[in-house]
Design a protein around this ligand. Sequence first.
Ligand code: HEM
Length: 476
Amino acid sequence: NSKKGNFPPSPPKLPIIGNLHQLGKLPHKSLWRLSQRYGPIISLSLCHIETIIISSAETARALLKTNDFQSCNRPQTNVTKKLSYNFLDIGFSPYSDYWREIRKICMLELFSMKRVLSYEAIREQEVGLLIESISQSASCEATVDLTQKSIALTTDVIFRIAFGKLFKVDGFNEIASEVEVLLGSYGASEFFPIPFVGKIIDWFSGRKARLERVFNEMNVLFQEVIDEHLHSARPKPKQDDIIDVLLAINKKQAESCNVVITHESIKAILFNIIFAGLSTSSVAIVWAMAELMKNPKWMNKAQEEIRNQVGNHGKVRERDLEDLSYLKMIVKETLRLHPPVPLLIPRETISHFKIEGYDFHPKTMVQVNVWAIGRDPTYWKHPEDFLPERFVESSIDYKGQHFEFLPFGSGRRMCPGLNMGVKIVELALANLLYHFDWKLPNGMKEENLDMEENSGLSLTLHKKLPLKLVPTLYHP
Ligand code: HEM
């Protein structure tokens, strides 16, 4: 290593693999333990990749606010390159004129509050169907797999928003989990000091073939829906879906825009929207319900608020959500204890800067452990407890300005789908609590409900075991 300077503290390394073995099965937890020992800025060598881990609100602010521009690149891997159509997307594309332009267009056209609200009917209909299907189980006191139901809900909502219709794709859940694992892990070609040897290892281990297969399946699906949209016989939709919006930009932009949104860029953006929106929102619904099962007092309080507010309207509509302040606190508390993306998406530094006297050299990978920050006793009383009340009369929110609470990140790379994600989580949760009383199956006690996180080579933090509950229909 030829770089000089004041490096952050680092745990002892092994030859070749460096600190790789210290990541363990749950990297956010292992890194949290290391930060308690070595401080809020630590440096690790993951084979030959230099990585800095940030684990306090102050250092997160210094990175994501003070040095946001200097650190807003994304590390490039074979997986992100392939799945993002050679970096034509928003999430994995390096910082560039193209990325700035495409993110600006998407913020205005796809993620604006107006656009998010335009999909209200889709969310309400899909949540209605979810409630209908759970009601059937409730009528015969059958157990419901809420993990599977939440994934089905968010998939259907995102598909309808993106493609304009439901698309039942055989094996889509497998593609989705393959994408998650590929994105959340590194292959030998990234880590191995000699890239050529790494490529051979990835070839023999089957990783390369998995990537090709997943990409091809995803590509066929995206091409099919784009072709359908281009087909002149397609009836004019009541409201534009994401492909309509992007195709319209593609048509009119040639004269006015610095970058061109091609069909490849549309597929890359679809890749982001589908995979960024899907599991993040569904895991938040699952964790919230699991925490409420563990804390029946909070469950009752939430149900009381919702049932009083909604009365006998028969369902919670999006316009009711504004008045459900306790429900909103539950969502915040869930995102604090179980941030769906616990280490954010890795950043890469563009130029040199210092935080707390430590040098950050160009091309260093940086990860922010928002899971650890959300449990830091410096900012949170009883940090391990699920206490929605902590947000009463608190101005703390998740919009990237309170660095002790960053479930959507902060700065230039912050999640643009925040409004879309929060709307679906709040609406689904409110309706699950309005329509049903819930108990654990087979007389299980709250304290025995398993809250283990999944062992995870995935960017998203899942509950390890599916959440299975027994619903009883509530009659207003
Ligand atoms: C509860 C739901 C969600 C959570 C917790 C969440 C969280 C995040 C986080 C932590 C990041 C990385 C931010 C960073 O690196 O600083 C991110 C990025 C992103 N999210 Fe979300 N997200 C959610 C829903 C969505 C939805 C519904 C969409 C799209 C419809 C979406 C689209 C994106 C995109 C495109 C990026 C990449 C941004 C960039 O690199 O410029 N997210 N999200």
